[in-house]
Design a protein around this ligand. Structure first.
Ligand code: ATP
Ligand code: MG
Length: 943
């Protein structure tokens, strides 16, 4: 039986038993912080099992895309483990229990109409205390006791070892079904979990029967297909063998099952398949969490290729084979095959560029360890290798294991913590229900949201939660005005939008009889809306009626930004292509941030065209509409759908159009929107930058804030023009000239040369005021020249102008005293007991010039002591002192001379006896300091 047929049969079988067929959850369930990837079919039903959601059905069946990072090391080595695999499952939420679960499993496996596996190939395990399950298997199914074995809690309990070790909460025994082909090892294909207990505290008597019992089962699709197709490993089933073959071909090796290369090819097969699904769902290789897992899988596969002699990217070439093999049940993979291959190729290329260096280092590490008789790889070394060569520590660990060496994870994590980086950790299903909000969920399930139509409504307070996080609790009354931590209020219905889909939560107030509550934020927890805020007056009690009023001007600004986000997304697709999918977004009051897929920066011209398109769409005044419709219909109408995003069915679709180009924007979106695109008003892109490999970010403003930005830009340009004494349109040009002037003046100062009289001035232009668009371009260009943001141009020009002025002043001072020369300095020299003493300020002289002058003076005079000083800007003085050889012989030292002088300037320094240099911070003290210099040298010369 083909794998695709098996998948369909399973779901169809359980439909005949009254189950609702539910779609697979996404690979990365962002709503569930306890896991990185979906590890099992039951994960999407956690809230169903806990009674936290209103049940629309009590029996469900799924085929779930799963990823288990804990099995990475098994892949290729055991015949039955993958990282990515599909799990078939049937679930009962307080409906049927053990008897039906076992009967149906048996029927599906053995009945000729379904799988028709011979009964004698099957055996089961049950939990040691679960006589009930053993009896069903033996007495009702007729399985001989020789094929029923009892296992302990570490094997046959969920969560493993829960009775003795916890955690507290829902748990239960399980029963595993094994298939044994002639001559092969028994293979676990299906696990039936009977959640029938609530664990409370330590044994004994800590397992309390649950009033409402659940069933959760998981059958491995690939394993069962391997049993049906009678192959020795999952990797040889119909949907995996073509990928194995493609991998062997791309790698240029012959595939043999029992060989090192065979294991490598299977690992590559698994990892490319896993990464294809992950990248397809927009999980790109990266440094953290699930992104890190993808990176690690790809690098592991690259290493396998490297060990088979490959030196260039090859994994991406296997992607089309994965899409072919998996495209039947997952046709959406075909839409992203190029993007996925591109992302994978980039990551491979990155690793290939450093892998040789990394492997050489690793060999050295192993050599050193052998020499020193050490058997554990230093975690700090591994952290260093990860940072410089991108060698994932897990990879290092497995290479070490091949040499029988251990790996110091503690040291590794310490070192990474020092670098402020955390790597991905493993996952466990955690199922708990704690906290007052969870208790509220069990009773109220959901808050009705009214905010699409209205922004003010009457509602009833159904829960008040107060206290510090962790020790917060349900209160039936709130009377403390002026409390610090925000209180959380749950209403039966609300016009307040709860933060979700990138859109921030509403603010406003709840007013009841004799009290007022200020809402500072609204969040969602499952389907409950939580109003966070502070009681301003009176006493609020559970059961009170309130008038809930949203701050409508803020809401309007948020809606402008949200509708503009859809227009931006639409324009990005038009200009960059369909790969420019949304990766994340934040929509705030007249401010939006939009992350999207694109491997390289968006060129300025394209960015301008994108902004123009959005403006044109706004000018078109297209209607904005929304409706709730079946997911399939929305897809048919071309609604933009994000892979890796879970959509409800039916779904809410927001449409805008026809837009300026005659096309429509259609997005699945739960946010609140304008009714016409014209309401967006002004739209301004303020930045475009990279956030991570393959992801770009645009920040933009709408409405009032965009207008403010425009006003600021025009004002900034005007001010810059005034400073530069040119017309607005000449600002960028003038900035260029100013920069040139600064550069040449600086050069002049350091070379001691003369400034020329030649200056470039800009021809006066008609002083026509620039439009905002023109101003923006000029300012952007000026900002680029100055390497600052457009709105920081004035500040930078100001400091540049003052710098140029100060250099000019220094040059002028220098010129006033004529060109510096040793002879000129000698004119002001004094004779102290036969020694020529020169103490002088040499304005604008660079250090090398000062040294030169000292050397010349020493050559000219027999006995000489020179101290020169030059100011640099307003807060720096350089001092250099030198004395002739005869003075050194008498014990006079330039270093000793200079230090009290430097001190008088608020600085320090010193040096050798013949030549010393120091710096000071108070140029205004220079005259006094030079007097100190004179006094000191006079004393030193014994006068
Ligand atoms: P094993 O002990 O073989 O790793 P498990 O006890 O971890 O299996 P469960 O957590 O009970 O498996 O998952 C339910 C079913 O999912 C298993 O019976 C098996 O058919 C399938 N399965 C689990 N892990 C994997 C995997 N890494 N690759 C493929 N199939 C798997
Ligand atoms: Mg396992």
């Amino acid at each position: 039986m083909q794998t695709n047929e098996l998948r369909e049969k399973y779901l169809a079988f359980f439909e005949t038993k009254g189950h609702t067929r539910v779609a697979s959850d996404v690979l990365v369930p962002t709503w569930d912080p306890s896991v990185l990837f979906t590890p099992a079919g039951m994960n999407q039903f956690k809230d169903h099992f806990l009674g936290k959601v209103k049940l629309e059905y009590t029996r469900a069946t799924t085929c779930q895309k799963c990823m288990r990072t804990g099995d990475i090391d098994n892949v290729g080595r055991t015949p039955r483990h993958h990282t990515f695999f599909e799990m078939l499952g049937n679930f009962s939420f307080g409906d049927y229990f053990k008897d039906e679960a076992i009967h149906w499993a048996w029927e599906f496996l053995t009945d000729k109409k379904w799988l028709g596996l011979p009964a004698e190939t099957l055996s089961v395990t049950v939990y040691k205390d679960d006589q009930e399950a053993a009896d069903i298997w033996h007495e009702k199914i007729g399985l001989p006791t020789s094929r029923i074995s009892f296992e302990k809690e570490d094997e046959n309990f969920w969560p493993a070892s829960a009775p003795s070790q916890g955690p507290d909460g829902v748990c239960g025994p399980c029963s595993e079904i094994y298939y044994t082909a002639p001559g092969r090892e028994a293979l676990e294909i299906w696990n039936l979990v009977f959640t029938q207990f609530n664990r409370v505290g330590d044994p004994p008597d800590n397992l309390r029967p649950l009033p409402s019992k659940n069933i959760d089962t998981g059958m491995g699709l690939e394993r069962t297909a391997a049993a049906l197709q009678n192959v020795e490993t999952n990797f040889h089933i119909d949907i995996l063998m073509p990928i194995v073959k493609a991998a062997a071909e791309v790698c240029g090796v012959e595939y043999k099952y029992d060989s090192e290369n065979g294991r490598r090819i299977r690992r590559i097969t698994d990892h490319v398949r896993a990464c294809t699904f992950a990248v397809h769902e927009n999980v790109y290789p990266g440094a953290n969490k699930e992104k890190y897992v993808v990176k690690r899988l790809l690098r592991r596969a690259v290493l396998d290729g490297h060990q088979m002699g490959l030196r260039d990217p090859f994994l991406s070439k296997i992607v089309p084979a994965v899409v072919d093999a998996m495209g039947g049940p997952y046709p959406e993979l075909k839409e992203t095959v190029e993007r996925v291959a591109g992302v994978i190729e980039k990551e491979e290329a990155n690793f290939f560029s450093t892998i040789d260096g990394g492997l050489n280092r690793i060999d050295l590490v192993f050599d050193e360890m052998r020499k020193d008789n050490r058997t554990t790889v230093d975690g700090h070394v591994a952290a260093d290798l990860y940072q410089t060569y991108g060698v994932p520590p897990e990879l290092f660990e497995s290479l070490a294991a091949e040499h029988n060496l251990a790996f110091d994870w503690k040291g590794y994590h310490e070192a990474m913590d020092e670098h402020g980086v955390r790597s991905g950790t493993d996952q466990k299903i955690v199922m708990g229900s704690k906290g007052p909000i969870d208790s509220l969920k069990k009773v109220h399930h959901k808050t009705e949201f009214l905010g699409y139509e209205i922004t003010e409504a009457e509602a009833t307070v159904v829960g008040i939660v107060a206290g510090k996080p962790g020790s917060d609790q349900l209160c039936d009354k709130m009377e403390e005005v002026g409390h610090e931590d925000p209180v959380r209020v749950v209403l039966d219905k609300t016009p307040f939008y709860g933060e979700s889909g990138g859109q921030v939560g509403d603010v406003g107030k709840l007013v009841g009889k004799g009290f007022e509550f200020e809402v500072i934020d609204t969040q969602k927890d499952g389907e409950l809306f939580i109003h966070l805020g502070h009681l301003k007056s009176g006493v609020m009690s559970e059961g009170d009626t309130v008038t809930a009023t949203v701050d409508t001007s803020r809401r309007a600004a948020i809606q402008r930004a949200h509708s503009a986000t859809h227009l931006l997304h639409h324009a990005l697709h038009k200009h960059l292509g369909d790969h420019a999918q949304q990766q994340g977004s934040k929509v705030d009051a007249d401010w939006l941030r939009f992350d999207f897929t694109n491997l390289s920066p968006v060129e300025p011209e394209k960015l301008a065209a994108i902004a123009e398109d959005v403006a044109a769409d706004v000018a078109t005044a297209a209607p904005v509409k929304w409706e709730t419709l079946p997911l399939a219909d929305a897809r048919k109408q071309g609604a933009m759908m994000l892979f890796g995003e879970k959509y409800p069915d039916p779904v809410r679709m927001v449409s805008m159009g026809p837009l300026s180009a005659g096309t429509n924007s259609r997005e699945l979106c739960g946010g609140t929107h304008l009714t016409n695109t014209s309401e967006v008003g002004a739209f301004e892109i303020i930045s475009e930058e990279g956030v991570s490999s393959g992801t770009r970010r645009i920040v933009a403003l709408t409405g009032q804030r965009a207008e403010e930005q425009a006003t600021k830009t025009v004002a900034e340009l005007e001010q810059a023009a005034k400073l530069l004494e040119v017309d607005g349109s000449q600002v960028a040009e003038a900035v260029g000239l100013l920069l040139n002037e600064q550069r040449s003046l600086k050069k002049l100062l350091s070379s001691g040369g003369q400034p020329s009289d030649e200056t470039t001035t800009l021809a006066a232009k008609s002083a026509a005021k620039l439009s905002y668009q023109q101003a923006k371009l000029v300012l952007a260009e000026a900002g680029r020249l100055l390497s600052v943001a457009p709105l920081a141009v004035v500040q930078r020009v100001e400091s540049l102008v003052s710098e140029v002025e100060s250099i000019k002043k220094q040059l002028a001072e220098r010129d006033a005293t004529g060109p510096l020369s040793a002879d000129k300095l000698l004119e002001s020299a004094k004779d102290v007991t036969g020694t020529t003493v020169v103490i002088a300020e040499t304005p604008g002289a660079p250090q090398n010039l000062m040294r030169q002058l000292i050397d010349t003076l020493r050559a000219k005079c027999d006995s000489v002591a020179v101290m020169l000083a030059a100011r640099e800007g307003d807060d720096k003085v350089t001092l250099i002192a030198g004395i002739s050889k005869d003075l050194q012989d008498k014990g006079v030292s330039a270093g000793k001379w200079i230090s009290p002088v430097a001190k008088a300037l608020g600085g320090g320094g010193g040096g050798r006896p013949d030549m010393a240099q120091a710096g000071g911070k108070k140029p205004e003290e220079l005259p006094a300091a030079l007097e100190v210099a004179e006094k000191t040298i006079t004393e030193m010369l014994g006068a």
